[in-house]
Design a protein around this ligand. Structure first.
Ligand SMILES: Cc1cc2nc3c(=O)[nH]c(=O)nc-3n(C[C@H](O)[C@H](O)[C@H](O)COP(=O)(O)OP(=O)(O)OC[C@H]3O[C@@H](n4cnc5c(N)ncnc54)[C@H](O)[C@@H]3O)c2cc1C
Length: 430
């Protein structure tokens, strides 16, 4: 086994609660495939599943195990939309923008139907996404977004402060926009379920198999080397997001691999759980420094937000989020925080997910800006359509060039500065 095989899953709650992983080993010897996919997160797994559904011979290489990256560590929020709002997307992209809006706002519904179709055991609950405003400014933004929903016939309800209190058990919010199409999954269970569905559809998936080099073959395809083997493939897909290395020139510098962390409580007494989001669903705040949370099926509160810029394990390093939660719901004072973990997600400079085709037989997708659960699932389907022969003009995402971010190496400094500035702004109610 290579050194990569030993890199364990982070000690997240999901490592204890998700369905067991499929039995996968490292690739050995020489192999051939029509399409080789690098990265076993939602992007890679959804691509493999959608290709296998079309009868394409696909082989996926994952450095650790499916869901090891952000896909198995995230908040489990299945959120609609892109980071830029619909009006802005349509201004930027015109008719394509309208399709991008439709795709991204329809992505949660597509995910929940996929879970149903493959009977994926991942605690899926379509109980809504709540976007919460903590300031006058974010409330104005929320109202504007509600108008954009209405103009497009998308469903959402704007909750006033009393309704927001009833929905969350805290008086913190000046308003909430509730989109019923969102919801939650156990993300590691979802990733493993996608892997299981892809395997059943005929895909080959290898864990502990990092791609360490890429080269053109004399026949015009690709040779991908892992520490113990080599794969020859006609086409290549890369879905490595916040864990992107230097395999493809310049790609690592196109995303900021931002850290986000989650801390979870013990199962809450029913009386406390009943106060917090009695309608279920998932919530994220629209402050300058994002906080997001939900209750899981075991009545644990999962609070997510900023964290240290390094791997963290255990609840101790998440005092900020725990204190914040206790401010929202003082009843949490005597509750134990049992878990804490974090991971890296891909942020892009323009806040859009990126789909690249640097060569006619290579597709790369990354940079979901914290919305990859639904969007990376949708991206996998788009990649399969493109490989199936669809014209670029008919895809619901633009294919763009690989553009490294200037001064990329300075991102940790920029992030720390932004967090400090954002917290100050939030405190001042700006
Ligand atoms: C703490 C946290 C909370 C989040 N919360 C949410 C949320 O609630 N909702 C939401 O929509 N999004 C959320 N996100 C973002 C979301 O998790 C990501 O957008 C999504 O998982 C991206 O999936 P991916 O497959 O592109 O990348 P990843 O899941 O990161 O997968 C990339 C994979 O590539 C593998 N890899 C890298 N290099 C190689 C190589 N050379 N060879 C083989 N394999 C390689 C890695 O091992 C990894 O498994 C969160 C992210 C984090 C970290």
């Amino acid at each position: 086994m290579s050194a990569y095989a030993e890199k364990p899953l982070p000690p997240s709650l999901y490592a204890e609660t998700a369905m067991p992983p499929p039995d996968l080993g490292p690739i050995a010897g020489e192999a051939r495939a029509t399409v080789a996919v690098i990265g076993g997160g939602i992007t890679g797994l959804s691509t493999a599943l959608h290709l296998a559904e079309r009868g394409v011979d696909v082989l996926l290489l994952e450095a650790h195990q499916p869901g090891w990256g952000a896909s198995g560590r995230n908040g489990g929020h299945v959120n609609p939309g892109l980071k830029p709002e619909p009006d802005e997307v349509e201004q930027h992209f015109g008719e394509l923008g309208r399709r991008m809006v439709r795709l991204s706002y329809g992505a949660p519904e597509a995910l929940f139907r996929l879970v149903e179709r493959y009977q994926i055991r991942c605690e899926a609950r379509q109980a809504g996404t709540l976007r919460a405003a903590t300031t006058q400014k974010t409330l104005a933004g929320l109202r504007a977004l509600a108008a954009q929903y209405e103009a497009r016939g998308l469903q959402a309800t704007l909750l006033d402060p009393d309704a927001a209190f009833a929905a969350t058990g805290t008086r913190r919010y000046r308003g909430i926009l509730r989109d019923p199409s969102g919801g939650s999954v156990n993300p590691l269970g979802y990733a493993r379920g996608l892997a299981g569905a892809a395997l059943a559809a005929g895909a080959r998936i290898h864990a502990a198999s990092p791609a360490v080099s890429l080269a053109r073959t004399a026949a015009g395809g690709w040779r991908i080397e892992t520490p113990q083997s080599a794969v020859q493939a006609d086409r290549l897909v890369i879905g490595t997001n916040g864990y992107t290395d230097d395999l493809w020139p310049g790609l690592r510098r196109t995303v900021v691999p931002l850290w986000s962390g989650i801390t979870a409580t013990e199962p809450l007494p029913q009386s406390i759980a009943d106060q917090i989001m009695p309608g279920g669903g998932v919530l994220y705040e629209l402050g300058s420094v994002t906080v997001y949370y939900r209750l899981d099926v075991g009545r644990r509160l999962l609070m997510g937000g900023r964290c240290g810029l390094h791997e963290m394990a255990g609840p101790e390093g998440f005092g900020y989020l725990q204190r914040y939660a206790t401010k929202l719901w003082p009843a949490l004072r005597h509750v134990a925080w049992t878990h804490g973990w974090n991971g890296q997600l891909g942020m892009t400079a323009d806040h859009y997910p990126h789909l690249h085709e640097p060569e006619p037989d290579v597709l790369i997708a990354l940079g979901y800006n914290g919305r990859g659960v639904a969007l990376a699932t949708a991206m996998g389907a788009i990649i399969a359509r493109r490989i199936g022969g669809e014209a670029e003009e008919t895809l619901d995402m633009p294919i763009t060039g690989i553009r490294p971010i200037p001064f990329h190496g300075l991102w940790p400094l920029a992030v720390q500065g932004r967090i400090a500035w954002g917290r100050l702004r939030d405190r001042m109610g700006l």
